[in-house]
Design a protein around this ligand. Structure first.
Ligand SMILES: Nc1ncnc2c1ncn2[C@@H]1O[C@H](COP(=O)(O)OP(=O)(O)OP(=O)(O)O)[C@@H](O)[C@H]1O
Length: 260
């Protein structure tokens, strides 16, 4: 199915690039304890594309995601979401941009236990003082297969269903981009496959842009593109990945780190 261009990005002008970094560097600490987590990383995430970020532990994946999502500030370089340069925003504007234009899915589902599935899904809109678009809400809820679970509280849902609520919550405000940090890290392989399938459907059917950090080559196989980080640098990229091809690249990293 083709993406529905009217469904997303209706509120903001688009350039075809949902988010991009230019010469992005992040240095933690100073002197002997200094760590260069990112070293002049330039990457663009195209609209309507599903990108996986991979690389060995400590290579800078989370730092890249946090800087790109405006959760952390870079030491140098720049980040833009759509046409908005993050460094031009004050704290309040940055908070609003994260709330209105970015969706987040974390490893821990981060649902509010006292709210129903429906209330959790619509919470970001309620906080922003926006009313849900009923048609869009129905479409998102039915895509993630939650129509009959909307009155349940998180404790009455399986882990996979809870993460589906988190996926719906991220989608419902039609963000410019959704960032996922190991979104299937706490799920068994079947529930993980379902959540990844929904993320892929959101890209294919709704035109959503998704960026996901993962360690799992099978998860990366759901993406349109995989970018590989090593030691804070972008070192490789693969389009139309398969788990086997991703695993081969990851094995090379392991060999290199053992011999260096
Ligand atoms: N707050 C911090 N203070 C100091 N160093 C940090 C901090 N956060 C991250 N680092 C360091 O920056 C580097 C990159 O960390 P990051 O968490 O981005 O890697 P990662 O690829 O996401 O790792 P993992 O796959 O293990 O989650 C690591 O060497 C890490 O120790």
């Amino acid at each position: 199915m083709t993406a529905d261009p009217l469904a997303l990005h209706a509120l903001h002008p688009t350039t075809g690039i949902a988010a991009a970094t230019t010469d992005l560097s992040k240095v933690y600490g100073s002197g002997d304890t200094q760590v260069v987590a990112l070293d002049r990383v330039g990457i663009a995430f195209r609209e309507g594309e599903f990108t996986a970020i991979m690389g060995p532990s400590g290579c800078g994946k989370s730092t890249l995601m946090h800087c790109a999502a405006g959760l952390d500030s870079p030491t140098s370089g720049s980040v833009r979401i759509g046409t908005t340069e993050l460094s031009t925003l004050n704290d309040r504007q940055l908070t609003e941009l994260r709330r209105d234009r970015i969706g987040f899915i974390f490893q821990a589902f981060n649902l509010l236990p006292t709210l129903t599935a429906l209330e959790n899904i619509t919470l970001p809109l309620a906080i922003a003082g926006r009313r849900p678009d009923r048609q869009w809400l129905d479409r998102v809820v039915s895509m993630v297969g939650l129509s009959r679970r909307l009155d349940h509280r998180p404790a009455q849902l399986s882990g996979g269903q809870q993460q589906r609520v988190a996926v719906a919550r991220a989608l419902v405000s039609r963000p410019a981009i959704i960032f996922g940090d190991e979104p299937t890290g706490n799920l068994d392989s079947r529930a993980g496959a379902e959540v990844l399938g929904f993320l892929r459907d959101s890209v294919r059917e709704l035109g959503q842009t998704v960026v996901m950090v993962t360690h799992d080559p099978v998860a990366a196989g759901y993406a349109d593109r995989v970018v590989f980080l090593s030691d804070g640098h972008l070192v490789d990229e693969m389009t139309r990945p398969t788990p086997d091809r991703v695993l081969d690249v990851m094995k090379n990293f392991d060999t290199r780190s053992r011999t260096s």
